[in-house]
Design a protein around this ligand. Structure first.
Ligand code: ADP
Length: 396
């Protein structure tokens, strides 16, 4: 091959290369002479920077940098490091024709001729403002997520602590309060037995109130203790036949059910993951209430279930006196009782216990009711095994 042919081929290659470089739009690619004057400027540079090639050819390239960077001599320094180290890479702000600044990913490398003589520089950069923004947002999102996880951990730790505190308080209360209370009750009973005849009608009534008050206090304390131990003394969740749990509950309430001439019906209930003792307790508390808050007419209670993809939704339906709409939420709060004071026989803990049992199963409990017609208590028990349960399983 003759040297003429070779040089025309190289010229072709060179022009092809120039054309290709010119077409690249996402990257600014341009060349500088040894002093830093612009000697070529591709379409990408024009697109990103805003200057056309004819406007800036021959200009000293520092006009691309923000003023303070020119003051620090950064443009010249970047050429020097490219020359000394073979390449210079940096991330920094550059200026557009309209004065806007943008963040650029910049590479400068020295250019040599065929005799390896250093003849200038090639500079390539890309606008990465958008990418950085996305990265920063991602970082922010990750940070927020981490903070949220931390916040939940703190809440969970606080909850565990307050549950433990409640249990400690309740067991101290039960021990320290029940002892003197037992004394009050037994001496009141003794007075009732031995001296009742000596009391006039008022005296008998006062004595009766005193015994009644002491008994209620005993009930309150034992219910509070039971409430406080739902989380700490609960059994691991195991496959439980809900029909059997319900039957145990009705067996425990035989006398009350018969006395109220209750007609109880129920659907086929599923086998599900739960604490069998607590599931029985849950049904029992709802049944006791249905019996307590019945109307004059024959009491009917139906227990049904609806299967959803993620959970079982149970319902306990009665034809009792119903609950006013304004109380539908608050009746689940501990010690909250509604209705006529004289008819408040319990301690106001039954539904709070029910709610805590359902929560321990990661479910929710709510009620629908019409005054004078009846109430339907509904609760969900998720089918999924949660992390917490898996951990519990390790101790089974
Ligand atoms: P308690 O029965 O000891 O008062 P609960 O926490 O079990 O406490 O119930 C709270 C209140 O909710 C009750 O005082 C009662 O007014 C109301 N309630 C609960 N269940 C029913 C029901 N099935 N029908 C009507 N009212 C109910």
């Amino acid at each position: 091959m003759t040297s003429k042919k070779l040089s025309s081929q190289m010229k072709n290659h060179h022009e092809n290369f120039r054309d290709t470089v010119n077409l690249i739009k996402n990257y600014a690619i341009f060349t500088l002479d040894l002093e830093g004057h612009i000697t070529s400027w591709n379409k990408g540079a024009e697109f990103i920077e805003g200057w056309k090639e004819e406007e800036i050819l021959g200009e000293y390239f520092d006009f691309l940098y923000p003023n303070n960077e020119i003051e620090t001599g950064k443009p010249q320094w970047s050429l020097q490091t490219a020359r000394d180290e073979g390449i210079h890479e940096e991330e920094g702000y550059l200026k557009k024709k309209n004065g806007d600044l943008f963040l650029a990913d910049i590479t400068i490398s020295p250019m040599h001729d065929e005799n390896n003589l250093h003849i200038g520089y090639i500079k390539v950069f890309k606008d990465i403002t958008e990418r950085k923004l996305v990265e920063t947002r991602q970082l922010d999102a990750n940070l927020l997520l981490k903070q949220e996880i931390e916040r939940r951990k703190t809440i969970e730790a606080d909850l565990t602590r307050s549950n433990e505190e409640l249990e400690t308080f309740a067991s101290v209360a039960s021990h320290d309060l029940q002892e003197p209370l037992r004394m009050v009750v037994s001496y009141l009973q003794l007075i009732e037995r031995r001296y009742e005849e000596k009391f006039d009608q008022d005296g008998k009534e006062f004595l009766h109130f005193a015994v009644d008050g002491a008994n209620r206090m005993k009930l309150l304390i034992s219910d509070l203790v039971e409430y406080s131990r739902i989380d700490t003394l609960g059994k691991p969740l195991t496959q439980t036949d809900a029909t059997q749990a319900l039957q145990r509950a009705t067996a425990n309430l035989t006398v009350a059910i018969e006395e109220a001439h209750t007609q109880i019906t129920y659907d086929q209930l599923p086998v599900l993951r739960s604490d069998p003792v607590q599931l029985t307790r849950l049904f029992q508390n709802l049944l006791v209430n249905a019996i307590k808050y019945r109307r004059e007419e024959p009491l009917k209670i139906h227990i049904g279930v609806e299967e959803q993809e993620q959970a079982w939704i149970f319902h306990v339906e009665d034809n009792g006196r119903g609950i006013e709409e304004k109380y539908l939420q608050s009746i689940f709060v501990i010690f909250k009782q509604v209705g006529k004071r004289a008819e408040r026989t319990g301690s106001g803990v039954g539904l709070a216990i029910a709610k805590k049992i359902v929560a321990r199963h990661n479910g929710t409990i709510w009620v629908l009711s019409t005054v004078g017609k009846g109430s339907t208590f509904k609760f969900s028990i998720p089918k999924l095994v949660t992390k917490k349960e898996e951990n519990n399983d390790q101790y089974e």
